[in-house]
Ligand binder design. Structure first.
Ligand code: NAD
Length: 344
């Protein structure tokens, strides 16, 4: 039976890049059923801001009845009493504890720099637990909640990825010299898993040094799984993304034990929304991963390879990576290349 994916187009450039991704998958004859639904700040404002969430009940219902979901970028308004981010809400609701961001350089964009690594971010705890308290009018605290089961499952997922992808190195990023208890639990779980995986070389690096090392000598992390808690890896994975050439190229998946949400790493980019300037690559790569997750690995593989080919050729690419094509033209080039690969 065909599987089903619920797709949120999102805010800002979201509809442009999500439509581009869907057109590529449809050209490749994706068999899975796609159900469109709304979420984000634009629909919230359109609906007179009446909900306490950016995700209407009807959308939540569709998401619950799908095998996976795709989330276009959504705007999170930085105003008091505005709802919580769609991504954070869905990660917690569906227990999508592993945010996985594969990062690979492209020959044309960063000649001489060859970096291929994957960022594993715990996505349900840490400083994103959403527990804050106002102590006095002039002071407030945020809780960095870290639990052993929460650490164990992301650590195990990262070692499993290393095994599946034949990666022999895992770098755990902490600030254990200062956060002795919270990062202490995290590191104990890394050591436990390391004993069970003796062929994978494990090292620990503090977040401040890691930031510096990534800037001065990123290649030293080639072939490594990078692993950390929620906020640390949110920042480090963005730094790694910057090394690849454009945030418009970086995709991710949020995986739980029985559900997954796929998305681009970038936001809703209000500065270029509605202009068809957005690079669709990240969204298309996330769509390829979703196709694989839904059991259509041939389409996923072809779209992935075609995206790489089009980016490296540089003839039909958007301005962020040196081209003059618009979003639809780049997606069209990827669809043609993917179809050619599927017909081989
Ligand atoms: P952003 O990623 O939207 O934009 C940062 C810069 O990158 C901008 O100059 C933008 O034009 C550019 N950019 C982003 N995507 C691009 C693409 N596909 N092609 C070409 N250029 C691209 O980050 P921001 O400006 O910090 O955030 C804007 C909004 O997005 C905020 O409301 C934020 O909360 C939200 N956001 C959402 C997600 C998500 O949904 N997962 C992630 C990050 C930010």
């Amino acid at each position: 039976m065909a599987k089903k994916a619920a797709v949120i187009r999102g805010d800002g450039i979201g509809p442009e890049v999500v439509d581009a991704m869907l057109s590529v998958l449809q050209e490749c004859n994706l068999q899975s059923e796609i159900v469109m639904c709304e979420a984000g700040s634009e629909q919230w404002e359109k609906n007179s801001k009446r909900d306490e969430t950016y995700i209407p009940d009807a959308t939540m219902d569709e998401l619950e009845h799908a095998d996976a979901c795709f989330k276009g970028p959504t705007t999170t308004l930085p105003i008091p009493n505005a709802p919580r981010s769609v991504a954070v809400t869905l990660r917690q609701k569906f227990n999508l504890y592993a945010n996985i961001r594969p990062c690979s350089t492209f020959e044309r964009l960063t000649p001489g720099r060859n970096l291929e690594c994957v960022c594993f971010r715990e996505a349900t705890e840490g400083l994103y637990s959403g527990v804050e308290a106002q102590i006095t009018p002039d002071s407030a605290i945020a809780i960095r909640k870290i639990t052993r089961p929460g650490c164990a499952r992301i650590v195990d997922a990262s070692f499993a990825w290393a095994r599946q992808h034949n990666m022999k190195r895992l770098v755990a990023i902490t600030k254990r010299n200062i956060l002795k208890m919270t990062d202490g639990i995290f590191w104990e779980e890394v050591l436990r898993a390391s004993e069970q995986n003796p062929d994978i070389k494990v090292s620990e690096i503090y977040i401040d040094n890691m930031s510096q090392q990534l800037v001065i000598a990123p290649e030293q992390f080639n072939g490594a799984v990078l692993l950390s808690t929620n906020l640390f890896m949110d920042i480090i994975s963005e730094l790694v993304s910057g090394l690849v050439g454009s945030i418009g190229l970086i995709h991710s998946a949020n995986m739980g034990d029985s559900y997954a949400m796929f998305e681009a790493a970038h936001g809703s980019a209000p500065d270029i929304a509605g202009q068809k300037k957005a690079d669709p690559a990240a969204t298309i790569l996330a769509g390829a991963w979703m196709a694989e997750y839904l059991g259509e690995a041939d389409i996923g593989g072809a779209v992935r390879a075609a995206t790489k080919q089009v980016i490296n050729e540089g003839k039909s690419v958007t301005a962020d990576i040196g081209g003059t094509a618009d979003t639809d033209k780049m997606a069209g080039a990827i669809a043609s290349a993917a179809l050619a690969l599927l017909r081989k």
